[in-house]
Ligand binder design. Structure first.
Ligand SMILES: [Zn+2]
Length: 482
């Protein structure tokens, strides 16, 4: 902040001039009178922005009366001319004549600071402060120390020094400005900036930087929240792999090499597109998505016969015609790269989006059943689709469907628990994505026809404590953006 530095210099200079007047001898000798006049001439020349001529005057003063004030004045003139290295010699002479004089030390430290040599400035200031606790420029010395530590990115020390400066000189607005300016310049200084910026804004609401500081405070709050959020996500991911799509969606080892990496990536991408509040609880609960060559490849002794007719499928169809399948008893969702189409020809799944969401729906249905038992709800069920609430909603929707429409929605009107389960799985996607289906499509009509069932699913979701936890976390995260 060059303009602030300059104003500091000007201020220092005025202090010096006041000091010099204060030390005028009571009875002036002729040398002293001449020295005084030359000194005043130098002051006037400096004011007239003629520093070189002022220097000439002061060199004459030195011959007559070599006191520390004159050496200091010379040092300050070099500083004003930005000839910082040349300032050291006269400042050192001033310091030699008056080592307790704080303004000399403050000026020399300022030179080091401006030469981007904070180490020497800090050494000089600390040496002085160890010896002297008071002095006209003690606040300035602390403040220079604050700026030098900031230059070294040692922001805790910087803040301490600035605070000491304000203790020594509470009226120095420049210290406030320098402090907030320096501490706002680096993310590493965020804690220090946050501890002083609100006070600054209270004191200087109309400062030219006030708007910027306000925005920065908000940004830091946001980034802190984001960091908390990310830290937690990382911790969760490390502890339970809960944040890891790659661990959720896997190719079981026995199918290695038989599933294309591209297809696996597409399925994982699909899960990435689904809110974590949906799939993370399932993952934590133990579900895994198996990406396999064909659905039946992943069948075990615990599963049904691959040659059986899957429910809701046409006569003659087998599980070889199924592209994706939920196996709640194994906590497995199978997504196949290939399946047989209606003509019995092998097809590759192009877009696993719908299948993925549907099978996740089955898993979530079963998960809500698990929660009903775990949370000891008054009604316990194997799947939410079998609960009294959902059944009532389903019935009220289903009974309005008549005639030809019963054929259209036959998949959801299957007898037993199948109809309710399939409806739950299909409506599930509408919990987060109303854009997913084409307007007027079968899924879209299903949504409209089974509006009570959909409402019931929305309500069921709030049974999930993990969902609530994640939702709150995400909500607070999202709020930071607004
Ligand atoms: Zn299904």
């Amino acid at each position: 902040m060059p303009s602030l530095v300059l104003s500091r210099l000007v201020a220092t200079l005025f202090i010096l001039l006041v000091l010099c007047r204060g030390t005028e001898p009571a009875v002036a000798s002729s040398n002293e009178t001449e020295a005084y006049q030359l000194y005043q001439q130098a002051v006037a020349l400096r004011k007239a922005n003629r520093p070189v001529e002022a220097l000439n005057c002061l060199n004459k003063v030195l011959v007559l009366k070599p006191d520390w004030q004159t050496y200091h004045f010379i040092g300050l003139l070099y500083m004003e001319m930005k000839r910082y290295r040349e300032a050291f010699s006269p400042l050192a002479r001033a310091y030699g004549l008056a080592p307790a004089e704080s303004s000399t030390v403050a000026s020399a430290a300022e030179c080091y600071y401006l030469l981007k040599d904070p180490d020497n400035a800090i050494a000089l200031c600390t040496k002085y402060l160890a010896k002297y606790k008071t002095g006209d420029s003690i606040g300035t010395i602390w403040q220079t120390l604050g700026r030098c530590y900031a230059q070294k990115k040692q922001f805790a020390q910087s803040l301490d020094a600035f605070r000491n400066s304000l203790k020594a000189d509470p009226t120095d607005d420049f210290t406030w400005q320098a402090m907030c300016g320096d501490l706002s310049s680096d993310d590493a200084a965020a804690p220090q900036f946050k501890s002083v910026a609100p006070e600054f804004l209270k004191r200087f609401p109309n400062d030219s930087n006030a708007q910027y500081y306000k925005a920065r405070l908000q940004a830091l709050d946001y980034s802190q929240a984001r960091n908390r959020f990310e830290d937690e996500a990382v911790a969760r991911s490390k502890a339970n792999h809960q944040d890891n799509v790659d661990a959720f969606v896997i190719v079981p080892p026995q199918f290695g090499g038989r599933v294309s990496p591209r297809f696996l990536a597409i399925v994982r991408q699909t899960v990435h597109g689904i809110p974590k509040t949906i799939w993370e609880p399932l993952y934590a609960y133990g579900y895994r998505v198996h990406v396999v060559p064909h659905v039946v490849d992943d069948f075990t002794d615990r599963d049904c016969n691959p040659e059986d007719q899957p429910r809701g499928y046409k006569k003659g169809a087998t599980y070889k015609n199924v592209p994706a399948l939920a196996m709640p008893h194994r906590k497995v969702l199978i997504v196949a790269q290939n399946y047989l189409n209606d003509e019995g020809k092998e097809e590759t799944m192009k877009d696993p989006d719908h299948a993925m969401c549907h099978e996740l729906g089955h898993a979530y249905d079963e998960y809500l059943g698990f929660l009903s038992k775990k949370m000891n709800l008054s009604e316990k069920y194997d799947g939410f689709s079998q609960s009294k609430a959902f059944a009532a909603a389903y019935e009220s929707d289903a009974k309005k469907i008549a005639g030809k429409e019963r054929e259209t929605f036959s998949y959801y009107l299957q007898s037993g628990k199948a109809g309710q389960e399939e409806l739950f799985a299909n409506l599930f996607v509408f919990l987060w994505d109303n854009q997913l289906v084409e307007p007027g499509s079968h899924d879209d009509m299903t949504r409209a026809k089974f509006s009570n069932a959909l409402k019931s699913i929305s309500e069921a979701r709030s049974l999930d404590p993990e969902y609530i936890r994640l939702r709150d976390l995400y909500d607070s995260h999202v709020k930071q953006y607004k």
